[in-house]
Design a protein around this ligand. Structure first.
Ligand code: M6R
Length: 616
């Protein structure tokens, strides 16, 4: 939610900031803006709408200067207007601020500042912070402008309740950036004669691969040559410089028209990366060293709680079926936003996993901290290296999927399920899972990338099916057992990028109310591979057909019975039942993608959404 980038160095700031914003646009795209110190003062350009609008504005009215800040917004307080776009200025117009997060006590702070003569230009919570810092700065008389600015940021943040990742500049302190974080990510990029502050390393990857991931309560100030990180109360903090793993090419679209399609097509590799080096043939098990748990500790686990949001919660649901069937450990899935506020009874032998692609989702992060506060070991299944969950969890596994930029999660889902399958095998092999069964599943995991390739080859056919149903008023997604979560994920993909009503259900639930919706205009997508519940699914397909409902079926190659009754069939290769969601989810991703493109929707930046949900 919101992307920020600041630059200080010798080069022209505007192109660097605009390029950085392009890489951060996935975080929010309601408005964008920049403020640059031009040597004699501050210049601001900002406007509502996509980044292209800001580019046009800057092209028509260029800004010189080599120190500046910029922002791409996902609106929380105040609609996406020009006035509400960041950066926000203080009362004097000499200080500019960009902010990611929510200032919860903004109204009382605003009231106080207004009483003291401040005039606000926007409806945002963020502008209050700019005024507050400026107000304190203006009242300071001792020290250099740079250190007065640092001090003002420090004092202002002590008055604030909420979350923030901020970067601040001031006309009186040219070539100087101040940043701080609490609850919203902020990364320092270290260059030669230039430094950066950004929400995500992707924004600075063209300039440097050396990054410092700031922690909550860290405050940083920097010139192009130097930087200092302290705690908000002025104490010293430890930090390490990390080498960014991914390359510039990985965050570009290449020859694909959309990030989502690129990421769907990356799945043979991303699934391979999720299990590479983690299969142990000798033990017919999986190796997950990052869990930081001894075999004895793993044997003592008698309950597992999997926590996540959105797609990650659907992967968790597949994980529940996997762990319960392979390891026989009672497992439950908790939506992070619910888990964090309920008092779930947990005992010492309960293991908690938080699952998150970004590693920054605020509810998942808060759920992790809540679990830790109660003395539990909380492990992370995370994609983004260096993210807050990756750093604060007590161990876990990376997905190694590479950056996922399309707002709709695709490759992260299949990698999350792959890692959960490895976890289930590991726990299973310490309990009841036989060596033969373990070996068979390992072999099936190895075969996944090639099987995914055969599904991707059907992309054009799936597009034709999508075009056939373009006038549908909505879509139902139905599946049983391991593929009930797949149905939920298929429905989420369809609604978030195509804006049509879609809902996922266990197939058998149809008769408990949902079947009332079935009509010629409402297609049902059945996930019905050749598995232990195929016959049951077929009965449910028949029930829909009997009521003239069109049926698109995902089934296993060679299944003629499903082909005979469904209107359209998409085949997946044969696969062991517990891994079938990995294959079955891919045609659903492609169906949603082609449907969305044909409808003219913005696939990578669907309305009202942002990739990383860092506000509650
Ligand atoms: O980064 P996370 O995995 O924590 O994100 C969780 C959800 O916000 C995310 O999966 C969201 O539901 C996707 N847009 C779904 O495609």
């Amino acid at each position: 939610m919101c992307g920020i980038i600041g630059y200080v160095g010798k080069d022209s700031a505007a192109p660097i900031l605009l390029d950085g914003l392009r890489r951060l646009e996935y975080r929010g795209y309601d408005s964008s803006g920049l403020a640059i110190l031009n040597g004699s003062g501050m210049e601001v350009r900002k406007c509502s709408g996509r980044l292209q609008n800001l580019r046009t504005l800057v092209a028509g009215s260029p800004i010189k200067g080599s120190c500046g800040i910029s922002h791409t917004r996902w609106a929380t307080h105040g609609p996406p207007t020009d006035e509400n776009a960041h950066p926000h200025l203080d009362n004097t117009g000499k200080l500019a601020l960009v902010h990611n997060g929510v200032i919860e006590n903004h109204q009382s702070l605003r009231n106080g500042l207004e009483k003291n003569g401040h005039t606000f230009r926007s409806q945002t919570d963020s502008e209050v912070l700019a005024h507050l810092i400026g107000d304190i700065f203006d009242k300071q008389t001792e020290g250099t402008a740079e250190m007065r600015l640092v001090d003002a940021v420090r004092k202002a943040l002590r008055k604030v309740t909420g979350t923030y990742g901020i970067v601040v500049v001031h006309e009186d302190a040219p070539d100087f950036l101040v940043g701080a974080r609490l609850g919203s990510p902020l990364v320092v990029g270290l260059g030669k004669g230039e430094n950066f502050l950004a929400s995500d390393v992707a924004a600075v990857i063209s300039h440097t691969s050396d990054a410092i991931y700031l922690n909550d309560h860290d405050l940083v100030y920097m010139t192009g040559e130097d930087f200092k990180i302290e705690s908000l109360d002025g104490g010293s903090v430890s930090f390490e410089v990390s080498r960014v793993e991914f390359t510039e090419e990985q965050v570009e679209m290449g020859d694909f028209p959309h990030y989502m399609l690129k990421e769907i097509f990356e799945q043979p590799d991303s699934i391979l990366n999720a299990f590479r080096g983690r299969l142990s043939d000798e033990e017919a098990s999986a190796k997950l060293g990052g869990l930081n748990l001894t075999p004895q500790q793993l044997r003592e686990v008698d309950r597992i709680v999997l926590v996540g949001c959105g797609t990650a919660s659907h992967a968790a649901m597949v994980g529940e079926y996997l762990i319960e069937s392979l390891a026989r450990i009672p497992t439950e899935v908790e939506i992070a936003s619910e888990f964090r506020y309920r008092n779930l009874p947990l005992d010492k032998s309960t293991l908690i996993f938080v699952i998150s692609q970004s590693g920054e989702t605020i509810d998942t992060l808060a759920a992790m901290r809540e679990g830790q506060r109660k003395g539990h070991r909380v492990l992370g299944i995370v994609n983004t290296v260096g993210s807050t969950i990756a750093r604060e969890s007590d161990g876990g596994c990376y997905l190694h999927s590479g950056p996922e930029i399309g707002v709709a999660a695709t490759k992260s889902f299949t990698s999350q399920v792959t890692v959960l399958a490895l976890l289930a095998i590991l726990l299973g092999r310490m309990r009841h899972l036989s060596m033969a069964a373990g070996k068979q599943i390992l072999q099936e995991i190895r075969e996944l990338p090639d099987k995914v390739k055969t599904i991707l080859e059907q992309s054009d056919r799936i597009r034709d099916i999508a075009l056939k149903y373009l006038d549908a008023e909505g879509m139902l997604f139905l599946g049983r057992q391991f593929n009930f979560p797949t149905a939920l994920e298929g429905a989420l993909k369809m609604k978030e990028i195509s804006y049509i009503f879609a809902s996922g259900h266990p197939s058998a639930e149809l008769k408990h109310g949902i079947i009332a919706l079935v009509s010629e205009d409402l297609p049902s997508v059945f996930i019905a591979p050749s598995d232990s519940v195929l016959e049951k699914n077929i009965s449910n397909i028949e029930e829909v057909k009997a009521r003239k409902g069109p049926v698109i079926a995902i089934t296993t190659e060679g299944n003629e019975e499903v082909a005979r009754i469904a209107d359209d069939v998409i085949y997946i290769p044969p696969v062991v039942e517990c891994l079938s969601p990995i294959l079955a989810s891919i045609p659903l991703q492609l169906l949603a993608y082609h449907f969305s493109v044909a409808k003219g929707c913005d696939v990578d930046k669907p309305r009202n959404l942002a990739k990383s949900v860092t506000v509650e």
